[in-house]
Design a protein around this ligand. Structure first.
Ligand code: ZN
Length: 332
């Protein structure tokens, strides 16, 4: 998009013009300039995050939140952006062939690249796209449980890992996961305001559910599903499915599971999960859109518990949705 490219050009020119300043002062200048403008204009639930309208800090926080990278996520993303390109000041292709704002190898970008600024392209030169993609890659590489391993995956050098962690320590004060700007968390377009619930954008790729051969769900709800399996000892009898379920329901989107007692579980466990997910009939707890259990035809104790996750509006022909709400799994 011409507009987006123009803004990005200005933005990078602005950074490049700050000669002699340390990276921290550049970041703080960003916060003052763009964060200030942001505060003045408010933070509407419909804000679309683009490089021209938000600070890098918001991108680091939003990306860390979306990929559930924990408290250290924003500062470590900033550390990587600093070490790799000095926040976009040097985006030349590396000797190894890495490209863009966060210096992705093309193969890695092909797998993890996302269109976070909503311009219809996955562009490694876009700060939004690059930062959100980096967060996704770090999560897939072991963060936040094992940050050194995840950073090493990014660049196979122990010296690099230490450099990023040192930089991150500098940024930790400004970039906590809970700073006020985090309220303007980046996502496709919308914001979940419910504590403990994250609204996750993405392309809705299907992921296999480990331990349940043949069963898949949208990768965005997989951490939730795994947490429920571990906590309530349930087994998945259906996830993504194009037939055999309500045609307008969430199975065809990969955003529903049918659950029965697992090897170490009983119907009492399923009862407990059902009561947690739907404390009152037809009033499910977020992020669930619909819970089918006792009181719903073909569902209930002795049959199965159905859980559907809340998601963006969709059309009958669509396979994946723009965003889905998930609960925050303890431990990242
Ligand atoms: Zn179902």
């Amino acid at each position: 998009m011409t507009g987006a490219r123009t803004h990005r050009g200005l933005l990078i020119a602005g950074l490049a013009g700050t000669t002699g300043a340390g990276a921290i002062s550049i970041l703080l200048a960003w916060l003052a300039l763009l964060g200030g403008a942001k505060a003045a204009s408010g933070c509407a639930a419909t804000d679309i995050v683009t490089p021209s309208s938000v600070s890098l800090a918001v991108l680091f926080q939003g990306a860390a939140q979306q990929s559930r990278l924990g408290d250290r996520g924003p500062a470590i993303l900033a550390g990587i952006a600093d070490v790799e390109t000095h926040f976009g000041r040097d985006m030349s292709t590396s000797s190894a062939g890495a490209v863009g704002f966060m210096q992705f190898m093309p193969n890695t970008w092909a797998t993890y690249g996302v269109d976070a600024d909503g311009d219809g392209r996955k562009d490694p030169a876009s700060p939004s796209d690059a930062i959100f993609s980096a967060a996704r890659y770090l999560r897939a590489s072991g963060a936040p449980a094992d940050w050194p391993r995840a950073i090493f995956a990014y660049n196979h050098s122990s010296a690099y890992v230490q450099k990023v962690l040192d930089k991150a320590a500098h940024y930790a004060q400004e970039l906590t996961a809970t700073a006020p700007v985090a309220a303007c968390r980046a996502s496709a377009a919308e914001l979940s305001v419910i504590p403990g619930i994250s609204r996750v954008a993405g392309d809705g790729a299907l992921a296999a559910i480990p331990g349940f051969p043949g069963e898949q769900v949208d990768e965005r709800i997989l951490p939730d599903v795994l947490a429920l399996i571990a906590t309530y000892h349930v087994a998945v009898t259906a996830g993504y499915a194009t037939r055999g379920h309500a045609p307008d329901g969430e199975h065809r989107l990969g955003l529903a599971v049918d659950l029965v007692p697992g090897p170490h579980g009983t119907w009492d466990d399923v009862d407990r999960l059902a009561a947690w997910a739907e404390p009152e009939q037809d009033h499910p707890r977020p992020p669930f859109r619909w819970v089918g259990y006792n009181g719903d035809a073909n569902h209930g104790r002795g049959n199965h518990l159905h859980l559907s996750w809340e998601h963006s509006p969709t059309e009958a022909s669509q396979r994946s949705v723009r965003w889905v709400d998930v609960f925050d799994v303890a431990g990242g």
